[in-house]
Design a protein around this ligand. Sequence first.
Ligand code: TXA
Ligand code: MG
Length: 324
Amino acid sequence: MAEIIGAGEALERALALLQGGDVVAIPTETVYGLAGDATNGIGVARIFEAKGRPRFNPLIAHVADMAMAESIALFDPLSKKLAIAFWPGPLTLVLPQRPGNGIHPLVTAGLDTIALRMPRGFGGDLIARLGRPLAAPSANSSGKISATTAQAVAADLGARIRLVVDGGATPVGLESTIVKAEAGRLRLLRPGGIAAEDIEAAVGMELLRGGGAGVEAPGMLASHYAPGAAVRLNAGTVAEGEALLAFGNRRAAGWQRATAFLNLSETGDLREAASNLFAYMQDLDRSGARTIAVEPIPFDGLGEAINDRLSRAAAPRDNTQPTT
Ligand code: TXA
Ligand code: MG
């Protein structure tokens, strides 16, 4: 069972866990977050594992200050204005990533944009001490509502995580508002802890709505992650001209023929496989193979989300309908 430690005494313990690639549940002003070092793929994979998320939705990266934010993302003038007006606070900005920012691709599910937020309180202190951003979705298991007390987090995730930092009931009590800048306008992707009207007042323009979270939320389009190469799942054999994305220590027949080869995890560790997935798909795609054959990957634990992502990559390319 997870230990529950008061925010006043928890900093060193939380730091040690994060530095070791583990996850920690932390209070923020909105809801509790399940945090991992956003630069550590195994730490990020553990977040999905603990939540039992059936798919890799992109996560919010939490920063301590504006310098950290600007080292991760490229701010347009409107987004900068909102950051100055509302950070730290319950506002998340979706921005283009700064190349070479060190964020692990599992945080953004391989996208070139990133959701950023500067939280108040314990989270901010922890990030400043760690010196690296924290990836953190709400600290609830998949399909449940977000937790607003340490006790609710422990009751839900306590068997799967080591530490819940208790900062009392979260003052805002609902998730952050998510906004994305689009060609000189701002689109509301998710209503949340800051009223849309307050954002509109701060920038002096109306927010675009609709076509937002549901459609825009990455991972919703079946073909969103389609690489240039075709993707063939559950490959038992490798054909001429195919690259092979392997898993575990049993090879598909004819694997020596593969034009390029990467193994998600030789030992069959799904956490390691999850942390390698996006980068390896990109590498094999860049190799110029016409098809990427993918060996079977089990469906237990993180395997469900890995298979979900791969089946989206294999989906017909003209599919623009949201899938859920
Ligand atoms: O208040 C909050 O925002 C809490 C606390 C812990 O910070 N976090 C939270 O995270 O609600 P989560 O993972 O439950 O929701 C994050 C949302 C998802 O709907 C996801 O699709 C969206 O942010 N998101 C993340 N990255 C995105 C991106 N690059 N583009 C568009 N949406 C993105
Ligand atoms: Mg959530």
